[in-house]
Write a protein that binds this ligand. Structure first.
Ligand SMILES: [Zn+2]
Length: 407
């Protein structure tokens, strides 16, 4: 692995992986490192390998869980579990973003930051819909649901946002888009932050476009997963790329069950509580590089996300990833939110559109569906969409059980 990785980082990574394998009970049955390709020979871990495993099996025998929890250096976290049983992990609060992340965007490390996302992603640290978070943070959510939030809840969230005056907004893109749309409907204005960080779910072109218009500030993506216990896997640069956080994550793109589509596999040996070796969060993607001097992090690999493996669709001609589908329909003017499900090559979509755009959007979507090889498309214009159990807007998916009603 060192030949395609910075040798120093590679050595440090291999050393920490060796230590994890030697001491963490979960890895007791792993083969001992031996030969040149020992790392590549290790099994790839999936979520189902983690469920049902006692969290203590992840801990280094020298770690005192009770003491760490009391001190707050480890924090219990439950993964959102959109379709699976939620997973309890321990976040390592000593891990943090690289110190220069915010300065890359012209912001100090202590700039005020608002989080807006589903309650399950904020966890117990957000007891209500609005909660302070440390000295410089604000947590915002809608416990009653995003699309069903009342006018009063929307107004309260906007008031809290404006009073707090965040410089950084760390948000689920669908949640912020909806909050802004509803606020505008109520005649309320939201104070723009200085940097918009889109995270928690795949950011649709529709949401990125709407948020660009709503908040004309730099927009970057951040990528992580609860299973990694607080480790950030990839961070947005000032040019909008998503760069691997090299000193705490190693990435491999390995062939998935769909030919031509790779699955991202991460190793995060820095987390003391849960050092994951070759774990896949279930996302498809690619690892690329940008041109020399393209940005401040040009020599760091770029992670390109294509959506979740389990959310791919099959048209009559191809496997359609969330990214491929979103890139196609995202260009349709007037489309604001959508959920698409395929069934045996036929497609159904529920959509929220800009006022008066029903017919134009429906007809443009028909052309997109045809170009992607779907045998038919039924479009239903709705007022609200259903969110997954994790509070995320599931953009795409194969649906054998719930074929949507045609309009
Ligand atoms: Zn970059």
């Amino acid at each position: 692995m060192t030949d395609r990785y910075d040798p120093l980082t590679g050595e440090r990574l291999l050393e920490t992986v060796r230590r994890a394998l030697a001491h963490i009970p979960f890895y007791a049955n792993y083969p001992a490192p031996s030969g040149d390709a020992w790392f590549e020979a290790l099994p790839v871990l999936r979520r189902e390998d983690l469920t049902g495993v006692a969290p203590t099996r992840w801990l280094h025998p020298d770690l005192d869980l009770a003491a760490e929890l009391a001190r707050g250096t480890l924090r219990p976290l439950t993964t959102s579990g959109s379709t699976d049983e939620p997973l309890k992990v321990y976040a390592d609060t000593a891990l943090s973003l690289p110190p220069n992340v915010w300065s890359m965007h012209g912001l100090p490390d202590d700039a005020k930051l608002v989080n807006l996302t589903a309650p399950v992603c904020l966890g117990s640290s957000c007891p209500g819909d609005v909660a302070p978070h440390g000295a410089r943070g604000l947590l915002l959510t809608f416990r009653a649901g995003l699309f069903t939030a009342s006018d009063v809840s929307i107004a309260r969230a906007v008031t809290a946002w404006n009073a707090f005056a965040p410089r950084i907004a760390f948000v689920n893109p669908a949640w912020l888009h909806w909050l802004h749309r509803r606020a505008r409907g109520l005649g309320l204005t939201m104070r723009p932050p200085e940097l918009l960080c889109l995270t928690y779910q795949y950011p649709s072109v529709c949401q990125r476009r709407a948020l660009k218009a709503a908040f004309p500030v730099p927009q970057v993506e951040f990528y992580g997963a609860s299973e990694f216990g607080g480790t950030d896997l990839a961070i947005g640069c000032d040019q909008g790329h998503l760069h691997l956080v090299e000193y705490q994550a190693y990435v491999e793109a390995l062939p998935s069950e769909h030919a031509g589509h790779d699955e991202l596999v991460f190793t995060t040996p820095v987390s003391r509580a849960m050092p994951l070796v070759r774990y896949t969060p279930g996302d498809l993607g690619r690892v690329t590089r940008v041109e020399e001097d393209a940005c401040a992090l040009w020599d760091v690999p770029v992670v390109e996300l294509h959506g979740r493996l389990r959310e791919v669709m099959h048209s009559t001609t191809q496997v359609v990833t969330t990214r491929a589908f979103d890139d196609a329909v995202g260009a349709v003017p007037g489309l604001e939110f959508y959920g698409a499900r395929s069934r045996q090559g036929a497609l159904t979509m529920q959509v929220i559109v800009a006022p008066g755009q029903d017919a134009a959007v429906t007809s443009a979507l028909q052309a997109c569906a045809k170009a992607l090889g779907f045998s038919s498309l039924a479009v239903q214009v709705v007022e609200q969409l259903e969110l997954g159990a994790s509070g995320k807007l599931q953009l795409t998916g194969e649906d054998e059980r719930h074929a949507l009603e045609t309009r």
